[in-house]
Every structure is written in C-alpha cells, then in structure tokens.
Design a binder for this molecule. Structure first.
Ligand code: PEP
Ligand code: MN
Length: 277
C-alpha cells in the first residue's frame, strides 16, 4: 500500500553501524504531508483531500484518535473516521498517516492507515514503539516535547529492532519558556539528525509554533536547513476547527505554502549540487 512509501537503498544506522535491508524514502523531492489535525466530518475531509490532490500532495495526515492534554477536548471521531479516510484515499489517490496511541488500536487502524505516527507524548512509550515496529507499516516518529536528540534516536532504534526500518523522524518543537509560541521549533535538529542517521527528517511547523502565521516561514526554513519534508495542518475554516485551529493553514494559506516551497526547492537543490560537487 502507499503510493509514495517506496523502498530504496539502506539508510538506517543501528548502534553506529549501517544496516543493510530495505529502507525507504517518503517520495520524490521535498515531501509535504498535510491534512486536518483530526478528521471532523466526511465533507471537510473530502474538501481537504481535494485541495491536496490539486496541489500535488500525496500523503495526508488525518487524526483518528487524538491525544489531548485535557480529557474534555475533542478526542477524535475514532473508528467512525475510518470509512471517511478510506473514501478520501480512494477518490484522491492519497496515502494516509495517523497517530496510534495504543497497541490495541493497530489492527483496526491498519485497515486504512499507510503509515503509523507515534506522537510526542508517546515517544517514550517503549511498548508502543515495539508494537508499531512489528505492525508492518512505515512509522513517523515525533520527537518528545522534552526529549534530547539522543533519546529520540534511541526511540527510533526500539522500532528498528523489531524489524521496521522505514522510520521518519519528525521534529515538532520542544518546550520553551516563551509563551509566544506553543513550542520551540529546534531546526538545528535537522542537520544533526541528517548527519547521524540515514533516516528521512520531517519538520512539523504547525505544532512546532502553534501559530498559523509562522507556518510558512518555518517550513521554508526547514527546507533550507535540509529537511526531507514538512507536515502541516490544514482546515477549510480554522476558526471553527475542533482542535488546533490557531495553527492550521486555511486553503489560500496552504496554496501559498506550496508555491513558496516549489520555488525555494529549486534554489536549495541548485545550491546543494553546486556546493557538493
Ligand atoms: C499531531 O501531529 O497530531 C500531534 C498530536 O502532534 P504532537 O504529537 O507533536 O503533539
Ligand atoms: Mn494537531
């Protein structure tokens, strides 16, 4: 399954040694993963999927079970979201990544999800890491909000040791002292992780900043810093979103993001090839 999750040459490092075996890339060129924080309704999901297809995006994020800081916040539609996701995939040819919070949800989610996300709150949940490592699907591992890069890489290792080497590392910000932003997006993690592993590195400027007006500039910075892609939240009407509205791009904002990234990607790849030769 999955149009973009192509197997490629070995890229992972385990305990300092390059391990042979099938590893992967998320797609060709700079990859954009986008979609709602959580699936809210069939109509809004199809609208978003349509936008993504129009913009050439191949991987949609779509929350089914949401880890919320307050138990009274919207916690996702759960299994009700599955047929909506299946329809959006079918109609628009998308792959889907979604967060798994508990090993027991893996079988039902696996019916529609192409890549399992382990969220920031669960980066240290070693039983969950082992379970996704055995689930037979690629994994998007998000950095814990208080995790060092070393701890982050050890968590990736838990997954890899169970056999799943198609892991993407996602920098999503760590706790800072300044309440202007939701998190402190650590872009220095990008070149450090790229230098230490063979894994794709994705940046999440939505959770990384918590503010929609910062998403485009930080996505551009992620591309310039050498990330393999970004993951962003999009909503048809962010002011009415059931979760994370303040950090969601609206549709014009998302189109603007894509146009900036397309233009910058050319500059960055020209720079890379002229300086590396
Ligand atoms: C998410 O991407 O849906 C999410 C909850 O992010 P994080 O785990 O980084 O907080
Ligand atoms: Mn969110």
């Amino acid at each position: 399954m999955g149009y973009n999750l192509r197997l490629q040459e070995p890229r992972i490092v385990i305990k300092g040694n390059q391990v042979t075996g099938p590893v992967w890339s998320l797609g060709v060129g700079f990859v954009v993963i986008a979609g709602p924080c959580a699936v809210e309704s069939r109509d809004s999901l199809l609208e978003i999927a349509h936008l993504l297809a129009e913009e050439g995006v191949r991987i949609m994020r779509a929350g089914i079970f949401k880890p919320r800081t307050s138990p009274y916040s919207f916690r996702g539609l759960g299994e009700e979201a599955l047929p909506m996701i299946a329809e959006a995939k079918e109609r628009f040819g998308l792959s889907v990544v979604s967060e798994v919070m508990s090993p027991e949800d893996i079988p039902v989610m696996a019916q529609v999800v192409d890549m399992f996300q382990v969220g920031s709150r669960n980066m240290f949940n070693y039983r969950l890491l082992e379970a996704v490592g055995r689930a037979g699907k690629p994994v998007l591992l998000k950095r814990g909000m208080m995790a060092s890069l070393r701890e982050f890489l050890w968590s990736a290792e838990y997954i890899a040791l169970e056999g799943e080497r198609r892991i993407a590392l996602c920098e999503r910000g760590v706790r800072g002292f300044d309440t202007e932003t939701r998190n402190l997006l650590d872009l220095s993690a990008v070149p450090l992780l790229k230098a230490r592993t063979y894994l794709p590195v994705i940046v999440d400027p939505s959770h990384g900043t918590g503010r929609s007006e910062l998403v485009i500039p930080m996505a551009r910075a992620a591309l310039a810093a050498g990330a393999d892609g970004v993951m962003v939240e999009v909503h048809p009407d962010p002011s009415r979103a059931l979760s994370d509205g303040p950090q969601a791009l609206d549709f014009p904002g998302f189109r603007r993001l894509m146009s900036h990234l397309r233009e910058l990607e050319g500059v960055v790849s020209r720079l890379k090839s002229s300086k590396e030769d």
